[in-house]
Design a binder for this molecule. Structure first.
Ligand SMILES: NC(=O)c1ccc[n+]([C@@H]2O[C@H](COP(=O)([O-])OP(=O)(O)OC[C@H]3O[C@@H](n4cnc5c(N)ncnc54)[C@H](O)[C@@H]3O)[C@@H](O)[C@H]2O)c1
Length: 261
């Protein structure tokens, strides 16, 4: 292995943003472990199938892959059209188990980047409401928490809010103990297969309005360089941040009326 080659785990590498992330690093000559539920044809050095809803499968995966990794990119996700248990299991708990399992397997100077979403906007108002979910470290507790929620609550946004809050809470200790930074990237609507599900769960009119406001949906090539930057040594003092990659759609929502030019 050439000395500059990095070892990258991309979780959710089978499609969309994850596949593009793996391809990006593969093109750069890095060693890529591509993890997904489905058998993948994503360009990678090694493929592993893992169902992120299954804690035992994650545990087995972690044992198989060893250590000395540079980056964990947790990109896997399911939309709000999936069963609520699955949304919380893949988008939140699976991410948490992979993150905690990978921390001792990453080299000092390594980095974890989780893909959240602009749908998590308002996460800072939800610390109290999500405390039970944020305390959960196993699927039974996550399911019990889910069972107490209103049937129509926005489970996808909630899973992404929990991901951002979790990353922010863990990031200082991860850097101090392991020398590993943790950040999240929150895309706006992005042209991948999941977008059709978002049109169903969030409403096509909402997504069309976002598109009209910023001019287009993102492509994976808008998102991947941001993941790569946060994962790189160039971002060595950025820790515990959530970066919106949405063409600026969300920015005025927390800053008051947009200035018109
Ligand atoms: N595309 C968008 O508009 C958009 C916007 C904001 C955030 N996101 C987030 O970006 C991430 C990537 O989504 P995408 O747009 O590339 O969607 P995608 O559907 O193309 O890819 C998601 C990947 O996750 C994998 N996955 C799902 N369930 C799994 C499981 N149980 N075990 C293992 N792998 C599993 C799928 O097999 C798939 O390869 C997701 O976390 C999504 O929530 C997407």
């Amino acid at each position: 292995m050439p000395p500059e080659q990095r070892k990258i785990v991309v979780v959710g590498a089978g499609s969309g943003i994850g596949a593009a992330t793996a391809a990006h690093y593969h093109r750069a000559g890095d060693f890529i472990l591509a993890v997904d539920l489905r058998p993948g044809d994503t360009p990678a050095s090694r493929h592993e199938q893992c169902d992120l809803r299954d804690a035992a499968a994650i545990d087995e995966l972690l044992k198989r892959i060893g250590s000395d990794w540079d980056v964990l990119a947790y990109v896997a996700g399911v939309p709000g059209t999936a069963p609520a248990y699955d949304v919380l299991a893949v988008n939140y708990l699976g991410m948490r188990l992979m993150t905690e399992g990978m921390l001792p397997r990453l080299r000092e100077g390594g980095s974890i980047v989780t893909v959240a979403s602009v749908a998590a906007l308002g996460w800072d108002q939800r610390l109290e409401a999500l405390s039970g979910l944020l305390d959960a470290t196993d699927i039974e507790t996550v399911r019990r928490w889910q069972d107490t929620q209103d049937p129509n609550y926005p489970v996808y946004s909630t899973s992404k809010q929990a991901s951002i809050i979790y990353a922010k809470r863990l990031a200082p200790a991860a850097l101090q103990k392991y020398g590993v930074r943790i950040n999240t990237v929150s895309p706006g609507p992005t042209e991948t297969p999941i977008l059709a599900d978002f049109e169903t769960s969030m409403g096509k009119d909402v997504l069309d309005m976002v598109k009209a406001t910023v001019g287009r949906h993102a492509s994976v090539d808008d998102i991947v360089p941001v993941i790569a930057f946060l994962a790189s040594p160039a971002a060595r003092w950025i820790n515990g941040q959530d970066v919106h990659v949405d063409g600026g759609f969300v920015a005025p929502m927390s800053a008051g009326a947009p200035i018109r030019l």
